[in-house]
Write a protein that binds this ligand. Structure first.
Ligand SMILES: C[S@@+](CC[C@H](N)C(=O)[O-])C[C@H]1O[C@@H](n2cnc3c(N)ncnc32)[C@H](O)[C@@H]1O
Length: 281
């Protein structure tokens, strides 16, 4: 409950939503083609962008001609999404663990880096299965263990022996070990699940932008940093900025990012299991 509240408070703050919308897409966009290919998004596909944030997935799904609905519990995020992605079917305020959506409403569901923000990830996977019609497909991304972009701040805290008080929560890399995401799908309403790793780079303007992205535009990392004494926060910042030097380019920074993409289908009762990816059909 405490973690769910932390997440809700963080993302509901207009300033956090604004900073996330301005800066974070650079970190999280690299998975969007894989998510949309994984659910076979094409013209007319009824697609739900789950925990849509500012519409990172929704905007590309619209470009592919899908009929997009976004759901998120943050109204501040939904306002951003509405402004950024015109022509969608709607934006729904709701919790991933209990979607205000009827059974079988969608053909496709994509969730980009939402799962580990949910206090009850497996409940959200079961809800995803419920709102898909038989034959529908879901795709979720989570951070891969090698995601430097996500590791720098936790590693700085560890190196400096700082443990900000945070409520118990799913780990940043929960489900990242091979097979874990696939099993979570298979145990919560899906079949024919698969997973693969996607790697990319976050192109950022400067080390300061990286720091601001997390300090002002995230949930638990922000809460942890804000719980530190100012001088300790400054030590973390110095440590992180030092490590970012390794990723400098002529125009700014290129930080390696890695994700696990899990895709799964809901089979048609009595029919064959849903094939691996619609893009391969
Ligand atoms: C890291 S952001 C990802 C946003 C977007 N999918 C993207 O790729 O940019 C996480 C999003 O999940 C939303 N969120 C977190 N927990 C949620 C929950 N339990 N139900 C619905 N939305 C949730 C937050 O409001 C936030 O917009």
């Amino acid at each position: 409950v405490a973690f769910a509240q932390l997440e809700r408070d963080a993302w509901s703050a207009p300033g956090v939503a604004a900073t996330y919308a301005d800066l974070f897409p650079a970190m999280v966009q690299f998975t969007v083609p894989g998510l949309l290919d994984g659910v076979g998004a094409q013209p007319g596909t009824r697609l739900l962008d789950l925990a849509c944030g500012p519409g990172t997935v929704a905007s590309e799904a619209r470009r592919r001609g899908a009929e997009v609905t976004g759901v998120d519990f943050s109204r501040a995020m939904l306002l951003r999404a509405r402004a950024a992605v015109p022509g969608t079917r709607g934006w729904v305020t709701g919790r991933s663990e209990r979607l205000p959506i009827r059974d079988g409403r969608f053909e496709a569901l994509a969730s980009n880096f939402g799962l580990l923000h949910f206090a009850d990830p497996t409940r959200a996977i079961a809800e995803a299965a419920r709102v898909l019609r038989p034959g529908g497909r879901a795709a979720f991304t989570i951070w891969g263990a090698g995601a430097v972009g996500l590791r720098l701040i936790p590693e700085a805290l560890e190196a400096l022996h700082l443990t900000p008080p945070l409520p118990p929560a799913p780990g940043f890399f929960a489900y990242a070990e091979p097979g874990a995401l696939r099993r979570a799908f298979e145990e919560n309403g899906f079949d024919s699940a698969e997973e693969r790793t996607i790697s990319g780079f976050a192109d950022l303007a400067s080390p300061g932008e990286y720091w601001r992205m997390f300090l002002d535009g995230s949930a638990r990392t922000r809460a942890g940093l804000l719980a530190l004494a100012p001088e300790d926060r400054e030590r973390v910042r110095t440590h992180v900025l030092g490590r970012l030097a390794e990723y400098r380019t002529s125009h700014g920074l290129q930080v390696p990012v890695t994700a696990v993409l899990g895709t799964a289908g809901r089979s048609i009762p009595g029919g064959p299991p849903v094939g691996p990816t619609l893009s391969a059909r």
